[in-house]
Design a protein around this ligand. Structure first.
Ligand code: PLP
Length: 365
């Protein structure tokens, strides 16, 4: 049985008619940049997250940069990011000329380890980027407590966590700003690149909107230099259609993750145990295995596509070799990078497909 890692085709087929009609409509109206579809999506997504402002932009990486710009973070400022994330999180910090400071993650939750985080705070620290990795909310109470104590901003990297809840509160409403990605494979995915910044702060929202559109206040009047990072009309219209299904898709993801969990031993496979009042939205279902290379090879021989998120902890990437970090600086992230394995998980996955994955995972691990 061939099991892909994600099945974007199955999802497209389930809403094909509606999507195709929408695309045709946008083309016939030539609503390519800005316009009603973008506005509509921004309003709908703000409503979905429960925030006052949503600013669409070109992708999730830009969203992070624009959010930090709105806080006037830049040269000589330090921003703390988790050592286990996708490079976009740290890349955005460097892109706005600030200094990336990595902090280790918790071995069981995969998100920022609060003790390690506090050790990294210096007088130069300006912000913490809390990544809700794999769809699991970071420990926001503790992060917000530290931020308040040290007068730091908190930016949520919610690129993998659309619709997640932390102690009953929506992810995306807890930091000063939150950033989303709508990369096709994300829980809410466009058919190209797209992203958004959300916030309840009107001044930050106004800055982000202006900065993302050339610092423009009217067509050829510019308050400042900005960037060109706009959500386009086609992607916005597609996202508007898909947003209606996001809740149902998320519930299917959770059901499927729970299916894996019922059948796979928690101690053996080291997946995250989710507290009662937290909603993990399972962008990824990540287990830990000691003999990963062998397991991956064997799964591949059965046409089961698994992934690794991420095979090299950020501080140990060649991109950051100038920081001279060693594995022992980030023991948990270093431990995890050799062991994590992401199993296929998406709303359309069936029980028999999961049984097949489980059968061969258990056989080889
Ligand atoms: C995908 C992702 C991003 C970046 O989003 P893009 O839209 O691909 O630029 C940032 N952070 C995390 C954790 C991500 O998974």
């Amino acid at each position: 049985m061939k099991i892909p890692f994600v099945d974007l085709n199955a999802q497209y087929h389930s809403i094909q008619k509606e999507i195709n009609q929408t695309i045709t409509k946008v083309l016939s109206e030539t609503a390519f940049i800005g316009g009603t579809y973008v506005k509509e999506f921004e309003e709908n997504f703000a409503g979905y997250i429960g925030v006052k402002h949503c600013i669409g932009c070109a992708n999730g990486t830009d969203a992070l940069q624009i959010a930090m710009k709105s806080l006037y973070i830049g040269k000589d400022d330090e921003v703390i990011v988790p050592a286990n994330s996708f490079i976009a999180t740290s890349e955005a910090v460097t892109a706005i000329s600030a200094k990336v400071v990595f902090a280790d993650v918790d071995k069981n939750k995969f998100t920022l380890d609060i003790k390690k985080l506090e050790e990294k705070i210096t007088p130069k620290t300006k912000a913490i980027i809390a990544v809700h990795l794999y769809g699991m909310p970071a420990e926001m109470d503790e992060i917000l407590f530290l931020a308040k104590k040290h007068k730091l901003y908190v930016i949520e990297d919610a690129a993998q966590a659309h619709g997640a809840l932390y102690k009953g509160k929506n992810i995306g409403t807890l930091g000063d700003l939150a950033c989303f990605s709508f990369y096709p494979g994300k829980n809410l995915g466009a058919y190209g690149d797209a992203g958004a910044i959300v916030t309840n702060n009107p001044d930050l929202a106004q800055f982000c909107r202006k900065y993302a559109n050339h610092g423009r206040i009217s067509k050829y009047d510019h308050d400042m230099e900005g960037v060109n990072s706009r959500l386009d009309g086609l992607q916005a219209a597609i996202l508007n259609v898909k947003l209606k299904y996001l809740h149902a898709w998320t519930e299917k993801r959770i059901q499927n993750a729970n299916y894996y969990k019922r059948k796979l031993n928690a101690d053996k496979y080291g997946y995250t145990l989710v507290p009662e009042n937290v909603k993990h939205v399972y962008h990824l279902f990540v287990v830990q295995v000691a003999n990963r290379k062998k397991v991956l090879e064997n799964l591949a021989s059965k046409e089961i596509a698994a992934g690794i998120h991420y095979p090299i902890a950020l501080p140990l990437l060649k991109a950051y070799s100038h920081l001279d970090h060693k594995r022992s600086d980030f023991p948990n992230s270093s431990f995890l990078m050799d062991r994590v394995l992401s199993l296929p998980l998406y709303p359309e996955l069936t029980a028999s497909q999961m049984d097949y994955v489980i059968e061969y995972l258990e056989k080889y691990s």
